[in-house]
Design a protein around this ligand. Sequence first.
Ligand code: B1M
Length: 213
Amino acid sequence: MEILQEISLNLQKGKAKLVKEQVQQAIDAGIPAEEILEKGLLSGMDVVGEKFKKNEVFVSEVLVAARAMNMGAALLKPLLSSEEHASKGKVCIGTVKGDLHDIGKNLVKMMMEGKGLEVIDLGTDVAPETYVETAIRENCQIICCSALLTTTMPVMGEVVEEAKKAGIRDKVKIMVGGAPVTEAFCQQIGADKYTADAASAADAAVELCRMGA
Ligand code: B1M
């Protein structure tokens, strides 16, 4: 679909206003929100990511692309979130300490809300103590940790240890994700669930809450 390619291209160029307009056009044309997200916004962000890796674009360009991504995703949020209304459980989510990447975390949050979960967003650069204190104070069934840097992944292990120290490890599940995170890493640090993408994370969280996490 041409409009989705245009969204992808304009996102790569950081044309946030145009991306927003075209996302609205795609919605008005009846293209499903998931498709606009995957084939328009995320496909554009993938290209930017690859170029960033090869030093073909710089941080400032990645930031304007990320801004375009967020503006487009904001329009899709009510559509992705309209599935259920009653709360199916409560989770807190954040990007771990030292890590400022929040696009994936925001998508996971959006998908979880779409599945009827109540989500407390702790933002980025979240300390292990903050996750655990929030889970206790807010009675969360799940702590969700996102990390995009290999250097910040180990903080997820610290979250698991902090939950043990606070005596809540048997009451709260810990989910992990983000580009460098793997199933093996999840097992290695003693977390409960790894998922590779936002939609699977939302499904897994609903399932964990249903099982009485
Ligand atoms: Co950063 N960055 N960045 N960056 N950045 C990466 C991650 C990198 C892979 C680029 C590269 O070099 N190839 C690299 C990390 C290398 C490594 O650790 N091995 C990197 C680096 C090095 C850095 C800096 C150190 C650069 C510098 O300053 N020299 C710096 C670090 C800052 C910090 O955090 N302290 C930095 C900064 C930035 C920007 C600020 C410019 C910007 C972030 C803007 C923002 O988030 N608001 C940025 C971006 C945008 C990227 C790339 C290009 C894109 C990341 C992204 O948003 N992807 C990225 C390259 C890449 O990934 N190809 C890169 C789209 C997003 C939807 O995917 O977050 O993976 P992702 O989320 C997915 C899944 O992983 C999953 O669901 C999502 C969608 O389905 N998921 C979960 C995520 N969290 C989950 C949690 C779950 C389950 C699933 O359960 C709880």
